[in-house]
Design a protein around this ligand. Structure first.
Ligand code: ADP
Ligand code: MG
Length: 258
């Protein structure tokens, strides 16, 4: 049965960086049901990454108004670790490097913490390698330090590897396709679809500028974000519309002239 997974209601968000107090998300509404794939497209600086961070509980953002419900529970005042434990996963646009933690050790820790049962090294290796194979990652990748010296493609694949191993309930993919060549893009898309196949109830929110990944992922709904708001929602045909005429066509006359 389909139910509301992530439900954002009348969200207004500010950022206060001592120099200025800036409204970044303006009265935004968005609902993603279980099993659904929603895409957000929009020009640079429209607030897409900020929205992802706010959902994850990033402390720099101040929620002025509105609520964020996840499976019916209001998560707007929860810390990122609690939100992650509830089953929300964010694949970062620019993942950070952590030296001294290997891919294997960190994923094993996360897996144990999520499944709440101990796992032997050999059992976990099996799980990990099976998923690395989907992404075409050589097994010695498991011994590497987190994101340290990873190529752009490896960083993105590692984000998808986490998604495959942890099987979150809801995934936000922030520009997972940026900087990928055609082959890597195909592999990343395959990984996303594979995770979804294993867990059909998984909800996905994919943030992107390009139609190419959406051709593989085939979202149920497409939303256009501009200046902190969702200004239009529709089906896949919106993607072609954007590709043909850009984002400007959706702006009102006043903003268009500016
Ligand atoms: P997008 O992901 O759509 O490109 P972002 O969410 O990264 O957009 O940014 C939206 C707006 O918020 C931009 O104008 C950006 O400069 C601003 N912004 C984001 N984070 C901060 C911050 N920490 N301090 C000041 N402004 C910020
Ligand atoms: Mg961004």
């Amino acid at each position: 049965m389909m139910e509301k997974l992530l439900d954002i209601k009348d969200l207004c968000v500010f950022i206060d960086n001592k120099i200025e107090r800036k409204e970044i998300i303006k009265n935004l509404n968005l609902c993603v049901n279980t099993g659904e794939i929603n895409a957000i497209m929009g020009p640079n600086g429209s607030g897409k990454s900020s929205l992802a961070y706010v959902v994850m509980g990033h402390p720099s953002y101040i929620i002025k108004n509105g609520d964020i419900f996840f499976l019916g529970k209001n998560i707007k005042n929860l810390s990122p670790d609690k939100i992650a434990k509830m089953g929300i996963f964010l694949a970062f646009q620019d993942p950070c490097e952590i030296q001294g933690s290997t891919v294997f050790s960190i994923l094993k820790e996360l897996y144990v913490s999520k499944s709440k049962k101990l796992v032997t090294i050999s059992t976990f290796s099996e799980i990990l390698f099976k998923n690395m194979d989907i992404l075409g990652l050589a097994h010695d990748f498991a011994a590497r330090d987190l994101n340290s010296g990873f190529s752009g493609g490896e960083k993105k694949k590692f984000e998808i590897l986490q998604m495959l191993v942890l099987q979150p309930k809801f995934v936000i993919l922030d520009e997972i396709d940026s900087g990928l060549d055609v082959d890597a893009l195909k592999v990343v898309a395959t990984g996303i679809l594979e995770a979804k196949k294993e867990n059909p109830d998984m909800g996905i929110l994919i943030i992107t500028h390009y139609q190419r990944i959406l051709k593989y992922i085939n979202p149920d709904f497409v939303h256009i974000m501009q200046d902190g708001q969702i200004i239009k929602s529709g089906d896949f045909s919106l993607v072609d519309e954007i590709e043909l005429h850009g984002y400007n066509q959706y702006l009102d006359g006043e903003k268009k002239d500016a």
